[in-house]
Design a protein around this ligand. Structure first.
Ligand code: FES
Ligand SMILES: [Fe+2]
Length: 381
């Protein structure tokens, strides 16, 4: 989609495993199911992973289910107001506890199999027919919990047994996002896409705009594709900005909008769109008047579900003439062009004839991302 190409990235890790010319990764990184599972364990099983908006969980007992790294999690607001994440399985014999995608627990969570019952904090409070079982104590069997935290109004979970503090991963990006005050914004429109491509293709495509004049004629009309300015690749995010052409206010089909700019932005931020890929699975596109997020949910080595949400200032959402259609129309078109390009990459890499190809110097962020992959999954000697 968006381009960040004036790059002089230094990369993010060791280059000991790289050939001298920077080039795309071998096919197995994008096509091998075993490699995919290992990546899920490493990138989604031990980092802070975005799990979507917190705003849908308004009151104690509200919940929704979320798949992360193959795990089904219950995200729920507990009585003290915090949102917590529980693995969706019973401590008796492991049955899935909750089948509805979202809802409200009526004061307790009860297993549908033998009726073990948990309070909203996940403590076991009822276990029928266990009273005479030697050594059994309900206190020993709370729901399994995963670490859960909020950041800019978004939920993040971490499946590691001893997760690092969330600020270690997201702190540096927090500074850059501050002017948009994302925690104050609300969802005005959403769309879900099923893309037949590996999750890394989505991030790679997002991190360069050499394709923009070829596949995004509407975008190229309002944002010069060679205006991309990369920041050095960081271990937890990739990104930069692209300018808006003179007379263009924002990313819509016309380049115009009736929405007011977001209140925290300065004059420079009104002339650019900023793009950040927060690794591993959140894309943030920061416009003068709205923020677009993409949540990447890998389903298999060659399938990724993408939840796209448009966030607006509540004052704009409250206007009788508010519409998100102009932003949505522009990005739905552009998103679909990007997903199609990612699917083409996936299809080509599945060919026996594919061999890694050279990156342009303006594809520095792609190389930076590859370096992170190669740190954990080196090339074959
Ligand atoms: S498996 Fe849940 S009560 Fe038996
Ligand atoms: Fe694109």
């Amino acid at each position: 989609m968006n381009g960040l190409d004036k790059g002089t990235s230094k990369g993010t890790g060791s280059s000991a495993n790289r050939p001298s010319a920077y080039q795309s990764l071998p096919a197995r990184y994008y096509t091998c199911p075993e490699h995919f599972r290992a990546e899920m364990d490493y990138f989604f099983g031990s980092r802070w992973v975005c799990a979507g908006q917190a705003e849908s969980l308004e009151k104690a007992g509200d919940y929704r289910l979320q798949e992360i790294a193959g795990e089904n999690l219950i995200l729920t607001r507990v009585p003290d107001g915090q949102i917590r994440a529980f693995y969706n399985l019973c401590r008796h014999r492991g049955a899935r506890l909750c089948e509805s995608e979202r809802g409200t627990f009526k004061g307790r969570i009860q297993c549908p199999y033998h009726a073990w019952t948990y309070d909203l904090n996940g403590a076991l409070v009822g276990a029928p027919h266990m009273a005479d079982t030697p050594g059994f104590a309900v206190a020993d069997y709370p729901l399994h919990a995963a670490a859960c935290a909020q950041w800019n109004g978004l939920l993040f979970v971490n499946l590691a047994k001893e997760p690092a503090p969330i600020d270690e991963q997201l702190g540096p990006l927090s500074e850059r996002l501050r002017p948009w005050r994302i925690h104050d914004l609300k969802v005005g429109r959403r769309a879900v896409y099923q893309v037949k491509a590996n999750w890394k293709h989505i991030i790679q495509n997002y991190s360069e705009c050499l394709h923009c004049p070829v596949i995004h004629p509407a975008l190229a009309k309002i944002s010069p594709y060679m205006s991309g300015e990369n920041e050095p690749a960081h271990r937890s995010y990739l990104g930069g900005r692209m300018s808006l052409k003179d007379g263009v206010d924002t990313m819509t089909m016309s380049g115009k909008t009736t929405r007011a700019p977001l209140p925290g932005l300065g004059p420079e931020q009104l002339r650019y769109v900023y793009y950040y890929a927060s690794l591993p699975n959140l894309l943030l596109s920061l416009h003068p008047d709205y923020v677009m997020t993409h949540l990447l949910l890998p389903k298999s080595v060659n399938e990724t579900e993408i939840l796209c949400e448009f966030l607006f200032h509540p004052d704009q959402l409250a206007r009788p003439d508010f519409t998100a259609d102009d932003a949505y129309e522009f990005w739905d078109l552009t998103n679909r062009q990007d997903w199609h390009a990612s699917e083409l990459s996936q299809q080509g890499m599945m060919s026996r004839a594919y061999t890694p190809g050279p990156y342009s110097v303006r594809e520095a962020l792609l190389h930076g991302f590859d370096e992170l992959i190669l740190e954990r999954f080196p090339l074959d000697p």
